[in-house]
Design a protein around this ligand. Structure first.
Ligand code: PMP
Ligand code: GLN
Length: 413
């Protein structure tokens, strides 16, 4: 590898997806639903593919398929409370990954500091490094609670520590709400504190909001771009994969003020240039339908979190029953749980990894037939020890498979 990429290792996804293929465990690892997305979404894609408009099989506009940027601009204008220009303020990308990459590459000068909140979606750190930036980390830490389970809201930043990270070299902070893997939904108060620091130090906020529709009552997703003085300095990122439960579609987007979006457009223009036309068309049709029924009981953005909340509660129960200590997530479709009460039942000596959560998840995959993800993958090296006693499970699975997971754990215990 060229020097600037030195230290890049195989990611947790590459490694654990291969393990899932090799050992065929019940897979609660990588995040994706194991049952069909809404029927109309599948129909939309086949109609686009077989429809009369054969031009949908050719290249489309580079910065975003017109019908999709139009739908995104309409939807987010409403949600953000300002007119978003579909040509200059929205970019569609190959998944949220490419939106993150373009935002980070497009804005980071060599030597710039980028603040990353732990646990963080694992690609942020290498992306900052590839751009020549210096990542500065701050962990969310659980407050001690008594007589009840932790919830993701109990995981908080130390205010003084956060303030101490901002300085004249800080270019950007990367926020992820709802957070993967914790499920933390940042509150207005927490976001205001971050926003005030961004304004004080003239820092850009890249807000990864791919789980924006998966928020459980009574919690509310707040877009940091809506806070006073933040539109000007925020790039917000979303994903069709998460929005419509079609992770294989790999359509994402970024929106923000035109002067910030230009930098992303330049990276996109000279790497990917233009996204997949039929899938962008299908995504646009999906948004048009949901916009018609936005907020109503039938809207997918209302039915989906309800469906997931029941799955979350079911998983909480079976993890508690087996003796683990889950943190109940307020958003997203992952749950982390402290597995160490079961430590005496596992033999970690057979696994060679440095961190115990890797050993535990590998041992479980091979010996118990249940796969989770080691959360230390979401921490910087010096902080990985903070995650060793946890495992991450995805609960966006058929009830039948969640029941199987419960049975596997029950039998093992
Ligand atoms: N950000 C977060 C927090 C994620 O969990 C994911 C999941 N894949 C992504 C970005 C990337 O999304 P996409 O699949 O649309 O590239
Ligand atoms: N975002 C998903 C997860 O966190 C998928 C990750 C991936 O495939 N890279 O599990």
């Amino acid at each position: 590898l060229p020097q600037r990429y030195a230290g890049t290792k195989e990611s947790v996804w590459t490694e654990y997806i291969q393990m899932a293929i090799d050992y065929k465990p019940l897979n609660l690892g990588q995040g994706f639903p194991d049952y069909p997305p809404p029927q109309y979404i599948m129909d939309t894609l086949s109609k686009v593919g077989n429809g009369p408009d054969y031009m949908l099989h050719q290249y489309t506009r580079g910065f975003g398929h017109p019908r999709l940027v139009n739908a995104l601009a309409k939807l987010y204008s409403k949600l953000i409370g300002r007119e978003i220009n579909e040509r200059t303020e929205v970019l569609t990308t190959c998944g949220a990954y490419e939106a993150l990459f373009s935002a980070i590459m497009g804005h980071t000068e060599v030597g710039d500091e980028v603040i990353i909140i732990e646990p963080f979606y694992d690609c942020y750190e290498p992306m900052v490094k590839y751009a020549g930036g210096i990542a500065r980390f701050i962990p969310l830490k659980p407050k001690p609670v008594e007589g009840r389970l932790l919830t993701s809201a109990d995981w908080v930043l130390d205010k003084a520590e956060l303030e101490g990270l901002f300085n004249s070299k800080t270019k950007m902070i990367i926020l992820n709400t709802p957070n993967n893997p914790l499920g933390k939904v940042f509150t207005e108060q927490e976001l205001t504190h971050i926003a005030d620091l961004c304004k004080k130090w003239n820092v850009l906020c890249v807000s990864d909001e791919v789980y924006e529709w998966m928020v459980y009552k009574p919690h509310k997703h707040i877009r940091i771009a809506t806070l006073p003085g933040m539109w000007e300095r925020t790039i917000t990122i979303g994903s069709a994969g998460k929005t419509f439960s079609v992770t294989g579609w790999k359509v994402g987007w970024a929106y923000g003020p035109a002067d910030l979006m230009v930098n992303l457009q330049m990276i996109h223009q000279n790497s990917v240039y233009t996204g997949v036309t039929p899938i962008q068309e299908a995504t646009a049709i999906g948004f048009e339908k949901e916009m018609e029924r936005l907020g109503s009981e039938e809207c997918y953005f209302v039915t989906l979190p309800k469906e997931l909340q029941a799955k979350r509660d079911f998983m909480t129960k079976f993890l508690v029953d087996v003796g683990m200590r889950p943190t109940i997530p307020d958003g997203g479709y992952f749950m982390i749980a402290d597995w160490t009460p079961l430590e005496s039942q596992v033999d970690l000596s057979s696994e060679k990894d440095e961190y115990k959560d890797y050993k535990f998840t590998k041992w479980m995959t091979k010996n118990v037939g249940l796969q989770g993800i080691p959360p230390s993958a979401f921490y910087s090296s010096p902080d990985k020890h903070l995650a060793e006693k946890f495992v991450r499970y995805c609960f966006f699975k058929k009830d039948e498979n969640l029941q199987k997971a419960a049975d596997i754990l029950d039998k093992w215990k």
